[in-house]
Design a protein around this ligand. Structure first.
Ligand code: PMP
Length: 431
């Protein structure tokens, strides 16, 4: 597709000012000037259906969140070193959403980003265990700080990985026998721990996103993480659930992704949708972990958990619960999943369709028997959808898996439009 000359000029200017580490979506990049609900608009007023951005899970510019932020900003925006009742009220409400021991006795700590939340979780885990080793899945992404980028193999082969990092295969339900996935993953983790210990180190933590987003989205089976957690705990390590992707109702049936697996984490990290666009993230953890850490050093995060962040987070959590957005994700998500499965019957190159709540993966292959990743067709499909003004992206090591992740307020009508668009886009790349 051809870029208009003004777009070419913008891209060149961007390259000059921001440098090459920033990447734009799409062959023909989109310039967004405003957004409302499930729609984004470019400067010409064209409407784009957002089926990708999980930060704004209540929809863009949600009135209740905008109002909460604005009102709080007019009154006070300061940090956690002053007493502020709303901070405690939110911490309590958040902790109360957890089952098990965390829900009864957990502590909450606040950061600005998911990366900082994982960074803090990692520091605490290493402090508690006095060990350094970390295990993640093969294409995991846990953030952009030095420490967490080093446990994020999805950043690419050339990125500097932590010398104490070990990886295990993701629970690939498309390629592995379903009944064996949990056992295999636990064995894989046990093997890595043994190897780690033999080399003089030891396990601090196993960290996983319970829907394995960057590995390719493996939402089922859900009996995988309990056997893994058993092996991790036996070795004295901590189980950290990274809920940045799977948290706050994304999977529909549960507020937290790890609850689908019925696993009890030692530490939970969260971010992205927590403030519906306002930067707020955090950690909920077992109190004794933070007691040890906190008695030997202080933790201060200038903007983490500031008054406005807490007001935004409060409005988000209340809206999710009061407006029944989990139920909506189950209902509309079910419609989308059915529709995508029909498309799988229609198009030979759709090898697998996976989904939970409002998170979907459509895996494109050149050959159904060999399940060979079809990166080119996936890229073409993402761009074909963009040309139809429907925004999605791709995931997995080979970027051959369409990643669809609409706001939790998606309606049946939105779903129908999305499915029609996906059908047309797949037809256009069929040849
Ligand atoms: N963990 C996971 C699973 C993520 O998907 C991301 C962001 N893509 C992060 C952590 C990092 O969050 P942030 O970009 O807010 O630092």
């Amino acid at each position: 597709s051809h870029l208009a000359s003004e777009d070419l000029a913008h891209v060149a200017r961007r390259q000059r000012l921001l440098g090459p580490a920033y990447r734009l979506f799409y062959k023909s990049p989109v310039e967004i000037s405003r957004a409302k609900g499930v729609f984004l608009y470019d400067k010409h007023g064209n409407e784009y259906l957002d089926a990708y951005n999980n930060v704004v899970s209540l929809g863009h510019s949600h009135p209740r969140v905008v109002e909460a932020i604005q009102k709080q900003l007019e009154v006070l925006c300061t940090h956690t070193r002053y007493m502020q009742e709303p901070l405690l009220d939110y911490a309590e409400a958040l902790i109360n959403t957890f089952g098990g021991e965390l829900g009864r006795t957990g502590c909450a700590m606040f950061t600005c980003t998911g990366s900082e939340a994982n960074d803090l979780a990692l520091r605490i885990a290493r402090y508690h265990t006095r060990k350094t080793g970390v295990i993640v899945t093969a294409e995991a992404y846990h953030g952009n700080s030095g420490a967490v980028a080093a446990i994020s193999p999805s950043l690419g082969r050339k990125s500097a990985l932590d010398p104490y990092l070990r990886t295990v295969a993701a629970p690939d339900s498309y390629r592995l026998p379903i009944e064996e996935i949990g056992r295999r993953m636990a064995e894989d983790v046990a093997r890595q721990i043994t190897d780690m210990e033999r080399h003089g180190g030891g396990l601090a933590a196993f960290i996983a996103d319970s829907v394995f987003s960057s590995d390719g989205l493996y939402v089922d089976p859900t009996d995988v993480l309990v056997p893994v957690a058993e092996v991790v705990r036996k070795a004295g390590g901590l189980f950290i659930a990274d809920e940045v992707q799977s948290g706050f109702g994304r999977t529909g049936t549960h507020l937290w992704g790890h609850s689908r697996h019925k696993v009890d984490p030692d530490i939970v990290t969260m971010g992205k949708p927590m403030g519906n666009g306002y930067p707020v993230a955090g950690v909920v953890l077992r109190p004794e972990l933070v007691a040890e850490f906190g008695s030997s050093m202080r933790y201060f995060n200038t903007f983490g958990g500031n008054s406005v962040a807490i007001a935004a987070a409060r409005a988000v959590l209340d809206t999710i619960l009061e407006e029944g957005l989990l139920d909506n994700a189950v209902k509309v998500g079910g419609e989308i999943l059915d529709g995508l499965r029909s498309l799988q019957k229609k198009y030979e190159f759709v090898g697998d369709v996976r989904g939970a709540g409002l998170y979907f993966a459509v895996e494109l292959v050149t050959d159904r028997d060999r399940k060979t990743p079809d990166m080119d067709r996936a890229l073409a499909a993402v761009n074909a959808l963009r040309d139809r003004r429907i925004l999605i992206s791709a995931t997995g090591a080979d970027a051959h898996i369409l990643k669809i992740r609409p706001p939790l307020i998606f309606t049946s009508a939105n779903a129908a439009r999305l499915l029609e668009g996906v059908d047309e886009a797949l037809r256009s790349v069929q040849i």
